[in-house]
Ligand binder design. Structure first.
Ligand code: LLP
Length: 431
């Protein structure tokens, strides 16, 4: 089910290392990534484009998990990088990521953010709204620079995991509407600036998507517009960025497609649309986040208190929760887990795995069957590599967990566990 192993002692292994050795060394809660799996996921995208000889860029959506070490891996794998904030840009710069392969998103980019992006000569800005066009033009004039942009459009297709909602006029805070003339107005406005080069279009239909139909529907809609723009403005899109959103397995209820299948579907559809409309094949860009890091990471926790309510439920509490994994509380997201020190234990029981925040909703997993648990057992929650650490927070003033990378039988601490001192470093006295 998950890309991890079990050793002779019945302990969970990650990249060949015993999970218990890792918790003994680094403590809990602990995020552990199998770096080989990250690379494999990235290359599945890259290789499929290569096999078809299609010019493409695979950008890692760093919002899924941004850290210097992770950005270095993205660099090693020749990925591009999607950032949405100055913080993510700063991290990328600290990791010495090639600036020309960075593109910036955001529905409310500030003057400061745009200035920083322009100052560092990033590759491209994905323009999201009219206000931003004015800010960008102002910054480019001030800094006497030029910038490539993609126009983010909302194609009127929203993915609801297993199916799609078609909305004529998509109710979204992101991007320019394709159907009501907004996108065209943006093109007209952008074309007036000599400093701005409209490299292409961008659309993103959602996240954790298990089918290819939504992507292909969006591509059709985008091409209708591109065809029209070719006729009326002689506009030719050099790039079509179709976003991220490729689904992964959290529990066995999820049935993701192989990553190559998504890519294949994108290539086939774009190729067909190009031929049908007599156009030139644009470079295809994608920006997966979850599908690169999600299933490569897991979280190890120590079990503490156990509360049994006879005939109702057994609450087993761990030393983390919604501070390191907000997804169950925020989205009712489901996860799978094992007892890392007794993966195949025969005697089973149904428990619910609770976090330690002062909040009834801080539950990591409801009703999961696990080998009988004992205090100080280590539980591993799978597929926490995306939007786990990146959405972690300081609720109840719990320090942030540590992150370890494992590869070739070696473990390496890549984010230190936060100390209490780290946590209060910006607090000022009022005495
Ligand atoms: N591109 C754009 C424009 C996006 O908005 C996103 C995700 C991605 C790419 C990457 O999507 P991915 O491949 O990771 O699905 N916090 C939520 C997910 C929010 C996704 C936001 N945008 C979660 O934990 O499920």
């Amino acid at each position: 089910l998950h890309p991890f192993g079990v050793n002779g002692e019945g302990h969970l292994t990650i990249g060949g290392l015993d999970a218990l050795d890792l918790t003994n060394k680094y403590g809990t809660p602990l995020f552990v990534y199998d770096v080989h799996k990250i690379r494999e996921n990235a290359q599945a995208f890259v290789d499929t484009f290569k096999e078809h000889g299609v010019p493409a860029q695979v950008a890692y959506a760093s919002k899924a998990f941004s850290s210097i070490a992770m950005i270095q891996i993205a660099k090693q794998e020749n990925l591009s990088l999607d950032i949405v904030s100055q913080g993510e840009l700063y991290t990328a710069l600290q990791a010495d990521f090639p600036v020309e392969k960075i593109h910036m998103h955001g529905n409310n980019k500030s003057l400061d953010e745009i200035s920083m992006a322009v100052e560092h000569n990033i590759g491209c800005i994905v323009v999201d709204n009219f206000h931003e066009i004015d800010l960008l033009a102002q910054v480019l004039k001030e800094q006497e620079k030029e910038m490539d942009v993609l126009i983010r459009v909302t194609p009127g297709i929203e993915a609801h995991t297993h199916d799609y909602i078609l909305t004529g006029n998509e109710d979204s805070k992101f991007g320019f509407d394709l159907t009501n003339g907004q996108a065209e107005e943006a093109l007209q406005k952008l074309m007036k600036f000599d400093e701005i080069h409209v490299k292409g279009l961008h659309c993103h239909i959602g996240s954790q998507i298990f089918e290819t139909d939504g992507f292909t529907m969006a591509i059709e809609r985008v091409f209708q517009v591109l065809k029209d723009w070719a006729d009326r403005y002689e506009y030719e899109s050099e790039v079509l960025n179709v976003g991220g959103g490729f689904g992964i397995r959290y529990t066995d209820e999820d049935e993701p497609l192989p990553l190559s299948t998504y890519v294949q579907a994108l290539i086939d559809k774009i190729d067909q649309q190009v031929k049908e409309n007599g156009m030139v094949l644009p470079e295809i860009w994608i920006e997966p986040g979850r599908s690169i890091v999600g299933d490569a990471g897991l979280t190890l926790y120590s079990i503490g208190s156990v509360k049994e309510i006879p005939n109702v439920r057994k609450y087993v509490s761990v030393d983390g929760g919604m501070t390191d994994n907000l997804r169950p509380a925020l989205y009712n997201a489901k996860y799978d887990a094992v007892i890392a020190n007794n993966v195949n234990g025969k005697e089973k029981e149904e428990i619910s795995l609770a976090g330690k925040c002062c909040e009834s909703g801080d539950m990591l997993i409801w009703d999961i069957e696990l080998p009988k648990v004992n205090q100080d057992d280590i539980v591993a929650v799978f597929s926490t590599g995306a939007y786990g650490y990146s959405m972690s927070n300081h609720y109840n003033r719990f320090p942030k967990a540590a992150v370890v990378f494992v590869e070739d039988g070696q473990d390496k601490l890549v984010i230190k566990r936060e100390s209490f001192k780290d946590m209060i470093q910006n607090d000022l006295s009022y005495e």
